[in-house]
Design a protein around this ligand. Structure first.
Ligand SMILES: Nc1ncnc2c1ncn2[C@@H]1O[C@H](COP(=O)(O)OP(=O)(O)OP(=O)(O)O)[C@@H](O)[C@H]1O
Length: 211
């Protein structure tokens, strides 16, 4: 899938007009997962949003092309009036892939394929939201609390999906308080990078537009 290391260096990120993290640096390697840790509010979501290109960094280098990234945020981004399969077909058209059936199979959504997204349970919606990652065919997955609403069986299923992605040469950066059992995952504690909250200059207007 990719044989490239992704290097992020000296990154500063802001939220609501204040710098929340500064001096963040790490390398994401193909076949590896990195788990973001740190207390509530330290800036895990803000870092992921910045890396995914949803807001500009205050400073630093992001050695990750946006077209390499598939980002799964808190919201699942589903089209309520479309069926499960139609939602995935929509994303396949956006990403230019033909991976709908793969995603349905791997996320155990086959039996729900014709159900409208509006009529899924919270956990089923989450599974569908995460299936988009498989549809994307993109090498770097950015996951913000991916297991929220998932039962134990679905957490295990998702952990297998991530493991499969890594085995295919993909990489994953995830903020999660749940142990996915990925023994090979590294941990990046963001606490040492906490900024003192100085003003972020002009980045705030752009940030608010995407809040
Ligand atoms: N829209 C916003 N406007 C102003 N401040 C915000 C906004 N969104 C988040 N913040 C603040 O930015 C800081 C970083 O928030 P962020 O959501 O990135 O933290 P987090 O580490 O992901 O937290 P959690 O573990 O609770 O999900 C927090 O102090 C938060 O209160």
């Amino acid at each position: 899938m990719t044989a490239k290391d992704y290097r992020v260096s000296d990154l500063a990120v802001a939220r609501g007009g204040l710098v929340v993290l500064e001096g963040v640096g790490f390398t994401l390697r193909p076949g590896h997962a990195l788990v973001l840790r740190g207390p509530n509010g330290v800036g895990k979501t803000t870092l992921l949003r910045t890396l995914a290109g949803l807001q500009p960094p205050v400073a630093g280098d992001i050695g990750l092309p946006p077209e390499a990234i598939a980002y799964a945020a808190h919201a699942d981004g589903l089209k309520a009036t479309l069926s499960v399969a139609e939602n995935l077909a929509f994303w396949a058209a956006i990403y230019g892939t033909d991976r709908v059936e793969t995603a349905l199979n791997r996320m155990n959504l086959r039996e729900l394929r014709d159900r409208s997204a509006a009529n899924l349970s919270a956990g089923q919606k989450r599974r569908l939201g995460l299936a988009r990652l498989l549809v994307s065919g993109r090498p770097v997955w950015m996951l913000d609390e991916p297991t929220v609403s998932l039962d134990a069986a679905s957490v295990a299923l998702f952990a297998d999906v991530v493991r499969g992605h890594l085995a295919e040469g993909g990489a994953a950066l995830m903020a999660t308080h749940i142990d996915l059992g990925l023994t090979e995952a590294g941990v990046l504690d963001l606490t040492p990078f906490k900024a003192r909250g100085q003003a972020a200059g002009t980045a705030s207007d752009f940030d608010e537009a995407f809040a």
